[in-house]
Design a protein around this ligand. Structure first.
Ligand code: HEM
Length: 394
């Protein structure tokens, strides 16, 4: 294991040099520090970059636990993200059917209308910040629709999730306090919504969570809050970041953009390949439950292990033509949605949102590019592009 605490000078700052720089950083990590100790005010522990090690961590939840891995203002473990097996499967059995492809298909029509309403607002102007105009409101509105809440609350919801993911303060202690305060507000919103649905059930997700039953087990109201809290964070920024990364890439690769305009049936394959290449959720975290090792490097019980999904998805030891963004890739077993028991519960929903958004956008805005003079700036960890300024002909 490298015992350096900082990355070496030659590693470029992630995202600073254009759309492929993060993949270059991953490659340097794999080649020089595949298992690396980190001591940083934000995180102390070990980070792993090779596909093999990443899968070892994700597929062994008894050795690498999810409990306590995420600090996002929660007061109880997030369900099911921070629940280890065997209890974890009890929740997944209950939740998986609600997010199955058949259920997600029922949301496609309303999602398509939401996308078109958002496009209507900007199409005549010939330019927009895609992040603010489309990528950010879309998943919030899908979430509000699913949870039977007023879509007019979108700005409030965006502010709440930003308060957790990007608290507007500049030191770790203040960030923790800000997250905790925002967390209290999210629990209050969820408690109010649950109370409302208890009075009168509709066909929304909160009502379904309250009624769901497997093997005689039902969710308590606290369980429903803990699931809602996770969805709030897992379902909003991830789709926003994915849309940002995809549009930033396509705006800079006109041949591949044109292919999606000419052959919209290729969009699902493009979504998969761009999820692999961009890995918008760049990593996830676990805590070692016992002394162990990864690639021969010792890991101590209690140590935090950060799993580099983006690096695993571009590891040339595993992928043929790893650096080629190929919409014709025949086998694409990427782990952009994670792996093992905690693999993303919302993957079908996410795929539907991404596909529908790319379909409608390319139908109505077939030719677009980055606004001259702008360079996409990717955030670290969750790769969103807040300054994604696009222009097109009207
Ligand atoms: C493109 C968008 C998305 C990406 C890239 C993504 C990625 C991920 C990843 C990497 C994990 C694994 C976390 C871990 O192992 O610690 C995960 C878990 C999860 N995701 Fe997603 N996600 C996306 C969208 C969504 C959506 C839309 C929802 C729901 C509304 C959702 C709900 C969840 C839940 C509940 C878990 C925890 C599953 C468990 O612990 O069993 N995600 N996601």
């Amino acid at each position: 294991m490298s015992d350096e605490n900082t990355v070496p000078d030659e590693i470029p700052e992630a995202g600073a040099a254009g759309d492929d720089s993060i993949q270059a950083v991953y490659k340097i990590l794999r080649d020089t520090m595949p298992v690396m100790a980190i001591e940083h005010e934000m995180m102390t522990g070990t980070t792993v970059a090779l596909q093999d090690d990443v899968m070892t961590v994700l597929q062994n939840p008894d050795v690498f636990s999810s409990l306590g891995a995420a600090e996002i203002g929660q007061i109880r473990p997030l369900i099911p993200l921070e629940i280890d097996p065997p209890e974890h499967s009890k929740y997944r059995k209950l939740l998986d059917p609600l997010f199955a492809p058949r259920r997600v298909a029922e949301l496609e029509g309303s999602t398509r209308s939401l996308v078109n309403t958002l496009i209507d607002r900007v199409i005549e102007s010939g330019e927009a910040n895609f992040h603010h105009a489309i990528a950010e409101p879309l998943p919030s509105q899908v979430f509000l629709t699913m949870f039977g809440l007023d879509v007019g609350r979108t700005p409030e919801f965006i502010e709440l999730k930003d308060g957790i993911i990007r608290p507007p303060v500049d030191n770790p202690a203040a960030a923790t306090e800000y997250r905790n305060e925002t967390g209290r507000r999210i629990y209050a919103v969820l408690a109010e919504a649950i109370e409302e649905k208890k009075q009168s059930r509709t066909d929304d997700f909160i009502s379904q969570f309250l009624d769901a039953e497997v093997d005689g087990h039902r969710l308590t109201e606290e369980d429903v809050q803990d699931i809602g809290y996770l969805f709030f964070l897992a379902g909003l920024d991830t789709v926003t970041a994915s849309l940002d990364c995809m549009l930033a890439y396509l705006a800079q690769h006109p041949e591949q953009r044109q292919r999606l305009v000419d052959r919209p049936d290729d969009i699902p394959a493009a979504v998969e390949e761009l999820l692999r290449w961009e890995s918008p959720v760049a990593g996830v975290v676990r805590v070692a439950t016992q002394d162990t090792e990864l690639s021969g490097c010792p890991i101590k019980a209690g140590e935090t292990v950060s799993v580099n999904i983006g690096s695993a998805n571009t590891d040339e030891r595993f992928w043929a033509e790893a650096d080629s963004v190929d919409f014709d890739r025949e086998i694409n077993k990427h782990i952009a949605f994670g792996g093992g028991v905690h693999r993303c519960l919302g993957s079908h929903l996410a795929r539907m949102e991404l596909r529908v958004c790319l379909e409608e956008w390319h139908k109505r805005v077939p030719s677009y590019e980055l606004k001259p003079g702008t360079v996409p700036e990717y955030t670290v960890g969750l790769r969103s592009v807040d300054n994604l300024e696009l222009i097109w002909e009207t």
